[in-house]
Design a protein around this ligand. Structure first.
Ligand SMILES: Cc1ncc(COP(=O)(O)O)c(C=O)c1O
Length: 375
């Protein structure tokens, strides 16, 4: 029997030093010196003894505003993008409201929709082009629709939206007076990314994060950007009246000050790792990549034809090989039994461990020989 996800996480954290962490789209490629000096200085200065400025460090807010370049958009800090997502649903949705969303998706957002008494209308996107299209969104909008959820690039598939499709979806939001929630957590991994706020500035809330691009997931800092009137409505539900973690702000500031210097190499290595995983999957009969190349730092590996459950693959790779990938059920009610998600902003050695472990794990699980991955 496979282990529940919570047990997998307990096991992985207990063995953290030995685990190739390919399960949470985290980024282990940012040079550590980018934030180390700033954090060490902040600790020496004992900044943690006092509260931060409630509205956030002014330089950090300015760096975020410049990173996004959205004229008229006001940045706001929260404890990760996650907290912004919660506040947005709490503030803007109520019982009976509907949100046009997808399956697969980052389902924590859907949970927040439900907590507000609303529901998601999940369009099945586990088929080409593996993302929403403006035609399907237009068709799905009904009298109860209040919001469109546009995650771009999309976790878990790694698919992304061409500029013209973002524009078309933004125009639907504008014409139908809907909120457009544009979650751009993985934006820096994507070439030619377009922000929906460029096309529908009044209706769009852009949710950003430094967890993935800057490799700061453990510090829990992110936020949102919106026009002041919309942001004001959402900010009524702010619980961080006394500000967001001061060390997280120091690290985010240091990372964003220097991002232009190192993000190119992070993305290059991430893509090289993605190509290595593609070769491994190509050498594994029964396995395939629905979306390649990924526009993010994760993708899904379809295992439906393998005859082995994703949970069993997760468990075997984790417990016997120290390689942590994620079974699909956490990302898709409908297709979760068909795929495993893998993330790859990691040192190449982690990817090689996966390449060695996968054929062995599948051989064990099926009790039969499996073609070896190419080296
Ligand atoms: C689409 C998406 N949005 C938001 C988040 C949460 O980001 P944060 O760490 O800033 O809370 C994630 C994390 O995996 C994500 O995949």
């Amino acid at each position: 029997m496979s282990t529940p996800a919570s047990d997998a996480f307990r096991y992985a954290h207990a063995h953290r030093a030995e685990i190739a962490w390919l399960s949470q789209n985290t980024n282990h490629l940012v040079p550590p010196e980018v934030v180390r000096g700033a954090l060490e200085q902040a600790v020496r200065d004992r900044l943690y003894e006092g509260y931060p400025l409630g509205s956030g460090d002014p330089e950090l807010l300015d760096l975020i505003a410049r990173d996004f370049g959205l004229a008229g958009g006001q940045p706001f800090l929260t404890s990760g993008g996650t907290e912004s997502l919660y506040m947005i649903m709490r503030a803007l949705l109520g019982p009976g409201d509907e949100v046009v969303a997808s399956d697969p998706s980052y389902l924590i957002i859907h949970k927040f929709v439900e907590l507000a008494g609303a529901r998601t209308n999940n369009l099945d996107i586990y088929a080409p082009p593996y993302r929403l299209t403006s035609d399907r969104v237009r068709e799905a909008v009904g009298a109860k629709t209040k919001m469109i959820l546009l995650i771009d690039p999309l976790n878990p598939l790694g698919s992304g939206y061409p500029r013209e499709e973002v524009r078309a979806i933004a125009e639907i939001a504008h014409d139908r007076h809907l909120i457009l929630l544009n979650d751009v957590t993985y934006r820096d991994f994507s070439d030619g990314h377009a922000l929906a706020a460029e096309f529908a500035p009044e209706e769009t809330v852009t949710v950003w994060s430094v967890s993935k691009n800057c490799g700061l997931a453990g510090l829990r800092i992110g936020g949102m950007i919106a026009r002041p009137d919309l942001l004001g409505k959402i900010a009524r539900f702010n619980t961080n009246d006394l500000g967001v973690n001061i060390l997280a702000q120091v690290a985010a500031r240091a990372a964003l000050r220097t991002k232009a210097r190192w993000i190119g190499e992070v993305v290059r290595q991430t893509r090289a790792n993605g190509a290595r995983i593609r070769d491994v999957v190509a050498g594994t009969p029964g396995m395939s990549l629905p979306v390649y190349p990924s526009r993010a730092n994760m993708m899904v590996m379809d295992v439906a034809k393998l005859g082995v459950a994703p949970e069993a693959i997760q468990e075997e790779l984790l417990k016997r090989h120290g390689v942590f990938v994620r079974a699909g059920n956490y990302l898709s009610p409908k297709h979760g039994s068909q795929f495993v998600r893998i993330s790859f902003s990691n040192p190449p050695g982690d990817i090689e461990r996966f390449a060695r472990a996968l054929p062995e794990a599948l051989r064990t699980l099926r009790g039969a020989p499996v073609a070896a991955a190419p080296h």
